[in-house]
Design a protein around this ligand. Structure first.
Ligand code: FE2
Length: 218
C-alpha cells in the first residue's frame, strides 16, 4: 500500500503496553501555533506531543517541546525494555518515544492535516490506543518539496493542493512503517491516540528502508 507497510515484528507484551498507555496519557499537550490547523487545513486540529527519548545526535535537530521548555520523559525502564526487545531487528540505533495525538478542538473529532515530518524519513510506529473507532491515516501523491531543511522543518499543505492516494485504518498493536516524507494526514481523532514511534538513526528513504528490511515486511 502506498505510504504504509506493515512489519512482521512481535507485539509489545500486555504489561508493558499498559504501562506505556499510562505514560502516554501523562504527556502534556504541547502548544501549537494558534489556529494553525484551521488556517491552513480548514479543519479542527489536534495537538501532537511526544516524550523526550531521542538520542543526543537526533535531539539537536528536534524542536518539539512544551511552552515552558520542559518535555516529558518516558521512564528509562520502558525505554530499556523496548530497546531490548526490538533493537535486534534493526541495523541502526532505535530511540523509542511515545506520541500522543490529542483532540483539543472542542468538536467530536480533530484532524492532523497533510504534512511531511521534520527530520525523519520513516516513522516506525505501533498504536497502543487508537483514539477513536474511525481514525484513519491518509497518504497523498505528493512528497516533500524542499529537502534542504529536512532536519529542522516539516512541510504542510492545503487539502486542495494534495491528491489522496489511500486511507489506512491502521489497527492497534501492529508494527508498521510510514513514509513520512510523503504527505500524510490523520483524521477523526476523538480522544487520545497513543503510539510508540521508534526514532531511527539514519536518514534512509522509505523505499530503501523497505528494501533493506524486506525480510520484515508482511
Ligand atoms: Fe507525521
Amino acid at each position: 500500500m502506498a505510504g504504509i507497510t506493515y512489519l512482521n515484528l512481535p507485539i509489545i507484551e500486555p504489561g508493558l503496553t499498559q504501562k506505556l498507555i499510562e505514560e502516554g496519557l501523562k504527556i502534556p499537550n504541547y502548544t501549537m501555533p494558534g489556529n494553525f490547523e484551521a488556517q491552513l487545513h480548514g479543519r479542527p486540529g489536534i495537538t501532537n506531543s511526544n516524550t523526550d527519548n531521542w538520542g543526543a545526535s537526533l535531539k539537536q535537530n528536534y524542536r518539539g517541546e512544551v511552552a515552558d521548555g520542559s518535555i516529558y520523559k518516558l521512564p528509562q525502564q520502558c525505554v530499556d525494555d523496548l530497546i531490548e526487545q526490538f533493537q535486534p531487528y534493526f541495523k541502526h540505533d532505535i530511540f523509542p518515544t511515545l506520541v500522543k495525538f490529542h483532540n483539543n478542538t472542542g468538536e467530536p473529532m480533530g484532524d492532523c492535516g497533510p504534512h511531511c515530518d521534520a527530520w525523519r524519513t520513516v516513522g516506525i510506529n505501533y498504536h497502543l490506543q487508537l483514539g477513536g473507532e474511525n481514525v484513519i491515516t491518509c497518504s497523498y501523491a505528493q512528497t516533500r518539496k524542499d529537502w534542504s531543511n529536512l532536519l529542522t522543518d516539516g512541510e504542510n499543505a492545503k487539502y486542495n493542493d494534495v491528491d489522496l492516494l489511500c486511507e489506512h485504518h491502521v489497527p492497534a498493536n501492529t508494527w508498521h512503517v510510514l513514509d513520512v516524507q510523503r504527505y500524510h494526514a490523520v483524521h477523526n481523532v476523538e480522544h487520545d491516540r497513543i503510539f510508540v514511534s521508534l526514532a531511527y538513526a539514519e536518514q534512509i528513504p522509505y523505499r530503501d528502508f523497505l528494501k533493506q528490511y524486506s525480510d520484515l515486511i508482511i
